[in-house]
Design a binder for this molecule. Structure first.
Ligand code: FAD
Length: 408
């Protein structure tokens, strides 16, 4: 039997950041992280674009807005201190249709309200930064502080430092049972873990974990798959900055974009798509398909389409089918017309978003949700920019949980 002040379920970037901030605050050193996988970083935290977002997209009163700018600054400094790969390449946002031009003003206003640095560019400034880029209106937004890291390197280093600081890791912990009233977890190998407080940071499974604690019964996960393509190494176009379309602000997806990696010779990815996933961890063809969940989610999406809740039809028409190569290529050409089919290839990288659906409001949740439970705190909807924001998000979660952190 083990006893800890704090147990964290999920060793992705959010769980690791909570452990790190608990240690920094001196709240406790009796901390344990349990993860169902044998190694960390197998889900969103190891499969994302690695972009440290500058905070342009989020409504100023949202949790995302509160933590993105500070989180990006802190994670960037942390990466720099350790000499881990970092590409300080900035980001351009362009409208792909003229009627989307006014959204640039909205993004700039949101960004400035959130404390981000953002500049407007005219066509000649755009082409100085990115000669092959296209803006339908001639205008673009430039975010000079957007950067790119290697996400799996960040996860591995953070885990290593936490181990050195005395955090215990129980990995490969599949099929555990929660006894919330006894503040206890029973692992499948017979181990019992007692806790003072539990943080649920289980990403794609966070809603299921929360339900075991009687929390968030009106939420369920609606996973969206992010497939990536990439520019072939010999491609004559070699972007040195991020290039994003003006997004549909009604849905929490940013649209297919170009992102150079933080490698010494950057590999440029195109994506991720936001297409239907047949299971929460359905990364490859038939792997981890969940037929019952997929059937109910397809029915849910069909209802959303018919009701056109929050302009949902626009998402379906513009983004739902981008897994089809000709449509992906067309989306890429809207940003860089010179890209040809022979320049691109499918990437091995694929991620799945832990997007939550709210059955009460019948809408996709747009913001992070930090929900209290019995001797526990549950982070639901840890979608982008949770990687960027992780240190500041962890602080916010700890502040929320402070009254309940009844540590022995
Ligand atoms: C395609 C894609 C691109 C993205 N791009 C960006 C980006 O550029 N910038 C950005 O800021 N964000 C990005 N994001 C979002 C970002 O990756 C996530 O918000 C972030 O990684 C969430 O971290 P997490 O710790 O909550 O989840 P995860 O990394 O999924 O970690 C959850 C952990 O919980 C474990 N777990 C699950 N269930 C259990 C259980 N029952 N018991 C024990 N352990 C369990 C899992 O094994 C996993 O290790 C992207 C996401 C995707 C999918």
């Amino acid at each position: 039997m083990f006893s800890y002040d704090v147990v964290i379920v999920g060793g992705g970037i959010v769980g690791l950041s909570i452990a790190s901030q608990l240690l920094d605050r001196g709240v406790s050193s009796r901390i344990c992280i349990i993860d169902k996988e044998a190694t960390l970083g197998l889900h969103s935290s190891g499969r994302n674009s690695g972009v440290l977002h500058a905070g342009l997209y989020y409504k100023p009163d949202s949790l995302k807005a509160k933590v993105c700018v500070d989180g990006a600054r802190r994670l960037r400094a942390w990466v720099q201190d350790r000499h881990l790969p970092l590409l300080c390449c900035g980001k351009l946002i362009v409208p792909t249709r003229e009627d989307l031009d006014s959204q640039l003003d909205e993004l700039a206003a949101r960004g400035r309200a959130n404390g981000a640095i953002v500049h407007f560019c005219d066509e000649s400034q755009l082409h100085e930064l990115f000669p092959e880029a296209r803006s339908a209106s001639g205008r673009a937004l430039w975010s000079p502080t957007t950067a790119v890291v290697k996400p799996i390197t960040v996860v591995n280093r953070l885990q290593q430092e936490l181990q050195q600081r005395g955090v215990c890791f129980h990995v490969a912990a599949q099929g555990w049972v929660a006894k919330p009233s006894q503040q206890r977890l029973l692992l499948a190998d017979g181990t019992t873990i007692n806790y003072g407080h539990l943080f649920n940071c289980a990403g794609l499974q966070a809603d299921r974990v929360a339900h075991h604690f009687g929390v968030g019964s009106h939420y369920s996960l609606l996973p969206f798959k992010g497939l990536y393509w990439q520019l072939k190494p010999g491609c004559p176009i070699q972007p040195r900055t991020n290039l994003y379309p003006v997004p549909d602000l009604n849905v929490p997806f940013l649209g297919v974009h170009f992102t150079p990696s933080a490698d010494a010779t950057p590999l440029v990815s195109i994506g991720p798509t936001a297409t239907f996933a047949w299971g929460r961890e359905n990364y490859r063809s038939l792997q981890a398909v969940e037929p019952a969940m997929a059937a109910s989610n397809l029915a849910l999406l069909a209802r959303q389409y018919l009701a056109n809740q929050g302009g949902f039809r626009r998402y379906v028409h513009e983004q739902a089918f981008l897994a089809l190569p000709p449509l992906l290529l067309r989306a890429a050409q809207e940003l860089i017309p010179a890209v040809r089919a022979e320049h691109i290839e499918l990437s091995q990288k694929v991620g799945i978003r832990s997007q939550l659906f709210n059955h009460r409001t019948q809408r996709l949740e747009d913001d992070f949700l930090c929900v209290p439970g019995p001797h526990s705190t549950h982070l639901l909807n840890a979608i982008s920019p949770a990687f960027t924001a992780s240190f500041a998000l962890a602080d916010l979660i700890l502040d929320e949980a402070a009254p309940a952190l009844n540590l022995q």
